[in-house]
Design a protein. Structure first.
Length: 398
């Protein structure tokens, strides 16, 4: 009876995962249609190009960071824009890279803002609060220091604010590994594959299921000051780990729309070793768990390849279980190709598609592991996570 129960349970969970894959495909198809419709409409109308302040908090120098920073200076944008870089100390190594940007792009309005105050546990949000007071323009765009964008990035993001009901615009992204050499580790490849085929697919599935986006993605957080003020500003987020998610959620709750623009940006994936990969994945998992508790609980079924394999074992390798496994693999590959390659333009997915089963087994393991503790490691420091808030782990213990 126990064996039969396991067989039935794994079959039901596998079918649930298959249904999710179909939902992700439907979400991708809808987003593709919406993107083409909006692009066509904007091609036939004058673009909305308000003045915008780009806020980029930086700390240290990461691999390929300068390339991403420079891409923001090459914008073909009709409006005025400025780039503010925030550091907690004038001695930060990133200051040298910012001075290099100033020399290479003298036509750009680039400012360095030293942000010495620590307003909460999150140094990033503490810096953003101080940078916001120095920003000149009504619209603000925040993204991470490792983000690389196209020359039309600002144009495509900011024209969505032509509708006054839009309070935030966010964007999909793909992970970019090193091309070759020692930096192209297995763990970096699994990380990038997960971004393009798991996380972004989940965003599109949520958009389809919930009738829109109600959260932000750290790759792009473009906001109007009016919407940000109505949501309570940045100060309530100084102890938040998922500040991007919560900022978007607060703006949506304030009555504004959060829009997903058609622009796709890139984030640089470090040359992870196994330990670094696990730390980052578990932090990501626990952050999502605290942000979307019920949605995250259902996330376990989305790793359908491991469940289908377990079902094969539980059924004694019955023929029907192999049929179900084949359908699951086909659907999983279809999602990877449709979202990762078709929408995100991530050619790395083709290179690493054979790693999908391994990626799914790790994903299921991290999902289960995320419930074992509330501790995360972020930039080498240990924190305790509770209801989206972080506190130093040693303080919690004390």
């Amino acid at each position: 009876m126990m064996a039969t129960a396991v067989e039935i349970a794994t079959a039901l969970v596998t079918v649930g995962g298959l249904v999710y894959m179909l939902l992700a495909l439907a979400g991708a198809r809808q987003f593709g249609r919406d993107r083409r419709r909006i692009d066509a409409a904007e091609a036939n109308a004058p673009g909305f190009a308000p003045d915008v302040s780009i806020l980029k908090p930086v700390k240290g120098v990461d691999a390929r960071m300068y390339e991403g920073l420079a891409s923001h200076c090459r914008q073909q944008y009709a409006g005025r824009f400025e780039i503010l870089f925030g550091v907690s100390s004038a001695d930060d190594p990133a200051v040298g890279e910012i001075e290099r940007l100033r020399r290479e792009f003298p036509q750009c309005a680039i400012r360095l803002i030293v942000c010495p105050q620590r307003l909460g546990t999150s140094g990033k949000v503490s810096s953003l609060v101080q940078m916001l007071g120095e920003a000149r323009y009504e619209f603000v765009l925040i993204n991470d220091s490792d983000i690389r964008v196209s020359p039309m990035y600002l144009t495509r993001v900011m024209e969505r604010f032509a509708d006054a009901k839009v309070g935030m615009v966010t964007a999909l992204y793909r992970g970019r590994t090193a091309v070759q050499g020692e930096a192209l580790t297995l763990w970096a490849r699994l990380e990038a594959l997960g971004i393009s085929t798991d996380f972004m697919a989940g965003v599109l599935a949520a958009r389809k299921l919930e009738g829109g986006i109600h959260f932000g993605l750290g790759s792009t957080l473009a906001v109007s000051r009016a919407a940000l003020a109505a949501s309570g500003g940045l100060e309530p987020l100084v102890d938040s780990l998922a500040d991007d998610y919560e900022m978007g959620a607060r703006i949506a709750q304030a009555g504004y729309r959060v829009e997903l623009c058609g622009e796709v940006v890139e984030t640089a994936v470090p040359a992870y070793g196994f330990h670094g990969f696990c730390e980052h994945q578990i932090r990501w998992a626990r952050t999502t768990r605290d942000s979307r508790r019920w949605g995250y609980l259902g996330l376990g079924i989305t790793y359908c390849i491991p469940w289908a394999v377990l079902n094969c074992v539980a059924s004694g390798f019955a023929l029907w279980s192999f049929t179900l496994l084949s359908l699951v693999v086909l659907a999983r590959v279809a999602v990877a190709l449709t979202v990762g390659v078709g929408l995100l333009g991530d050619a790395q997915v083709l290179r690493d598609i054979w790693l999908l089963p391994l990626r799914d087994f790790f994903g299921l393991g991290f999902w289960a592991w995320s419930y074992a503790s509330d501790t995360i490691v972020w930039r080498g420091e240990r924190f305790h996570l509770h209801n989206g808030r972080i506190s130093p782990a040693n303080e919690e213990k004390a």
